[in-house]
Design a protein around this ligand. Sequence first.
Ligand code: F0G
Length: 465
Amino acid sequence: MAIKYIPEPFRIKMVETIKMTTEEERKEKIKEAKYNLFNLKGEDVYIDLLTDSGTNAMSSEQWAGIMNGDEAYAGARSYYRLVNTARDIFGYDYIQPVHQGRAAEKVLFPAFLHEGQYAISNMFFDTTRAHVELAGARAIDCVVEEAKDPSRRCKFKGNMDVKHLEEIILEKGPENVGLVVMTVTNNSAGGQPVSLKNIRDTAEVCKKYNIPLNIDAARYAENAFFIKRDEEECRDMTIKEIINKMFSYGDMFTMSAKKDTIVNMGGMIGVKDPVKNEELVIKIKANCISYEGFITYGGLAGRDLEALAIGLEEGLNEDYLRYRIGQVEYLASRLDDAGIVYQAPVGGHGVFVDAKAMFPHIPYYEFPAQVLAIELYKEAGIRTCDIGSYMLGNDPDTGEQLHADFEFTRLAIPRRVYTQAHIDVMADALIAIKERAHEIKRGYKITWEPPILRHFQAHLEPIEE
Ligand code: F0G
């Protein structure tokens, strides 16, 4: 039985019409898009679950903030509002706005990583992995084993395997590990949370070997909600207190603010102790000025900084977070009823359906998760994405197709955008596809791909039976 849907703690003040299309039209559109969902026009999509990033609905307070944004090139009032709010929440003294998460990575990572070095994470998101490689280093994932079995229900499946982390550090040599990255929540493992204890234990290993710990902080508030719900020691803490504690174990953070901060564009870098890390802050400022813009706007308009500052506060609201996680749990419970396998228990920002379980006969190199993503579009106009071998790409050294641990099709849920009826459309579409999954015999082949982050641009073609 599906669980109860938690009612929205907001009402709708403005609407955006979405186009209805027929299955025939969608089959034509996806063919024209070379079977790459990133090539579809947004207007040809009914429910867009490609990402929860920058697709959020801002509040009336944030829209009012847009009008109040200070557009001064240097030292804007909105910059100070953002910096003061972020300092208060995260407890880091240096806050650098940038235009999005990957900009934070581009500005920060070269200060720690170069040729011959390694970065280790509970799991790298694709752009984060790309920036490790662009700095000349290699990225190693080190998530706990239980994350690799989608049907195994246990808490904090996003955790770092701390024992294995230490083994990798010793194998590669501590001097060759430039950075440890803790991703909260662990997006690539299914938006799975990381426990406070695990962040603390990881920080201890980093300290022992003198390796800096960077928090990849895109979904810090959702992670804090899980900690409050599931970690005994934090039950009576506020979300803000938990976030403050989580960040107290890191040295820096890179953040895509397009997620939990509920805006459409923005990012940040934080450095906990800028006095001790004076050289680092000088490098961040220099890179920021070169790549992003002057340090007090970092590639954003003043109005963006203002909306970001307001979103930081709104994202901590517990009624909102309960509804947010509840909405995803409701979708998951409908899939439980239908025997559809996903990364369980469900994580924070979406449902990651196990396409390997749906299409056991389609091998990783024919991209089962991309197959399911294409079927969802054809079935109901729902746009999702592959988080599997298709996204992982090729080995940067050998050029061979990598075999991902997971073949997930991700239904990422934008914040404050879709209603329970939309969520039911998602569940019904997945159930319909499951019923005819055995009729889909083969997957896709790539006919063209760029050298890095290929899934955004590649062309595909169905393999004929
Ligand atoms: N880190 C994590 C954990 C992410 O999920 C993302 C983006 C980034 C960094 C990069 O941030 O997009 O602002 O440059 N994730 C989006 C997604 C794109 O769909 O999961 P960005």
